[in-house]
Design a protein around this ligand. Structure first.
Ligand code: FMN
Length: 141
């Protein structure tokens, strides 16, 4: 059984809806899923997972959340990522997903294999929730 780690930061709940939808999709596809807010996550969660989803809103002038998510991501820099499958997801108010594109470039630089990306404007629509579930299924493959 595939082990999937879904790790996210959310204040208003928009990113949380996406995180829960990804987790649901992965579970439906038969994976063992752990879902955590980044404040409770450890690098070990990434090491132990076969595939990962990381989520954040766009904050502080179009960047991922800086107090918890950015330092956590930085810790992954020196990890032997072995091309591990990664989905990035998040929500923005006005940057049209630019923050997620920048984040994606960074994670590719760190050696991760980006298998999916989902950036939504504010609260996800029903279609976007379905898209998130389907990303969970992709990770479980
Ligand atoms: C303090 C604050 C700063 C924000 N900064 C940005 C920003 O720089 N760029 C942007 O596109 N959206 C920005 N937003 C909008 C959030 O990214 C958006 O509301 C997102 O859906 C929040 O996710 P959450 O509900 O999971 O916390 C900001 C929102 C807040 C509250």
């Amino acid at each position: 059984m595939k082990k999937i780690a879904v790790i996210y930061w959310s204040n208003g709940g928009n990113v949380e809806i996406l995180a829960e939808s990804i987790a649901k999709g992965a579970r439906e596809a038969g994976a063992e899923v752990s879902i955590k807010m980044v404040q409770d996550a450890k690098v070990q969660d990434i090491i132990e997972a076969d595939a990962i989803a990381l989520g954040s809103p766009s904050l502080d002038n179009n960047k991922i959340e800086q107090d918890y998510m950015a330092p956590f991501v930085k810790e992954l820099k020196l990890l032997p990522s072995h091309n591990k499958a990664l989905v990035l997801f998040g929500s923005y108010g006005w940057d049209e997903g630019k923050f997620l594109e920048n984040w994606s470039e960074l994670m590719i630089d760190y050696g991760f294999n980006i298998v999916g990306k989902l950036a939504v404007k504010e609260a996800p629509t029903e279609n976007e929730v379905e898209e998130a579930k389907s990303l969970g299924k992709t990770l479980a493959k």
